[in-house]
Design a protein around this ligand. Structure first.
Ligand code: SF4
Length: 328
């Protein structure tokens, strides 16, 4: 795999924006390239400070950190724009340059019984989409690219918390193909009731997500049921500007009306270690990335549910509607 950091775009945008000092944010897998990026930026006479905080998605924009270190621009690598910000941000989308011929051929046996395929990709594969469509069309398939909705920056773009674009074409397709990784395909199978096939380009494997949806839904029902019996509840809000999934005051009021004692907790990043110290809290609602509660189910010893799930737990939403709308 060759990572293309769009250095030309970085250079031309820095020339245009003329910052004096930038804070650079790199996703975890790219932090190893910090020196290469530093040399490029500092070679232009611009001071670079690198954020050591985790950067899982376009939601993790460290604007406060940028202000704290006196930067006049935030350079965010690896993700597309997620939310608007009043602090200047330059997004540099990293391209994963891979030869997809082998994996595409392999995928044909997984989609042979489907005529119309919904196609979505993570942002690192936007540049591959035309050739992927052509390949499948040559193989006799009709391809519909997922629509740009919500947090998605482009049509076809899939993010772990945004599947509106897939939901809006679900009625028209027989199955979905996701070009990316397990994180995106798992979210997709929780969001749409159609077969989902993952082209796992990093492991050179094609995988059907069959069975994953049922397993996770069972886990979510267990978490919701346990949450219902909790009397002391922690409502967690994350400091990251893009991770605001629900209104804290709305949830707190609803939980109080249900007779629960509620404590509001703020965190920069949620982790089992941090929650463990709140010994006398029985269960948590997290208004941060919804995938934390879902994907890290086994890591938390106490029930941890999302905003949507809290609404089910307190009877504001029926389980049927929740499942119909999609868990993510
Ligand atoms: S909120 Fe979660 S799923 Fe959404 S972009 Fe951020 S890390 Fe990814």
């Amino acid at each position: 795999m060759v990572l293309n950091f769009e250095m030309e775009k970085l250079e031309s945008e820095l020339k245009r924006l003329k910052p004096k000092r930038v804070l650079v944010q790199l996703p975890e897998g790219i932090k190893q390239n910090a020196f290469e990026i530093k040399r490029k930026i500092e070679g232009m006479g611009i001071e670079a400070v690198f954020s050591g905080e985790t950067c899982w998605g376009g939601c993790s924009i460290s604007t406060q950190e940028a202000k704290d270190v006196g930067a006049d621009l935030l350079v965010h690598f690896g993700h597309a724009q997620f939310i608007k910000s009043d602090f200047p941000i330059l997004y540099i989308e990293v391209k994963d340059e891979l030869d997809l011929k082998k994996i595409l051929k392999k995928s044909l046996s997984f989609i042979k019984k489907y005529d119309t395929i919904g196609l979505s990709h993570s942002v690192q594969h936007k540049h591959d989409i035309d050739s992927v469509v052509k390949f499948y069309e040559n193989a006799g398939k009709k391809i519909i690219i997922s629509v740009k909705k919500g947090y998605a920056a482009y049509s076809g773009h899939v993010i772990g918390c945004e599947f509106g674009g897939l939901k809006s074409i679900a009625d028209k397709v027989d199955a979905f193909v996701i070009l990316g990784n397990n994180f995106h395909s798992m979210g997709a199978c929780l969001a749409v009731e159609k077969p989902v096939i993952l082209l796992d380009v990093y492991n050179d494997k094609v995988r059907s997500m069959e069975g994953v949806r049922d397993k996770i839904i069972r886990q979510r029902i267990v978490a919701i049921d346990k949450f219902k019996t909790a009397s002391k509840v922690g409502v967690i809000i994350e400091a990251k500007p893009g991770q605001k999934f629900g209104s804290p005051s709305f949830v707190v009021d609803k939980l109080k009306k249900e007779g629960k004692e509620v404590i509001l907790i703020t965190m920069n990043e949620l982790s089992p270690d941090k929650l463990m110290n709140f010994y006398d809290v029985d269960a948590f609602v997290e208004l941060a990335c919804p995938r934390i509660a879902i994907d890290d189910f086994a890591r938390y010893s106490k029930p941890l549910i999302t905003m949507k799930e809290a609404l089910v737990a307190i009877g504001e939403k029926s389980m049927d509607d929740f499942l119909k709308e999609g868990v993510v």
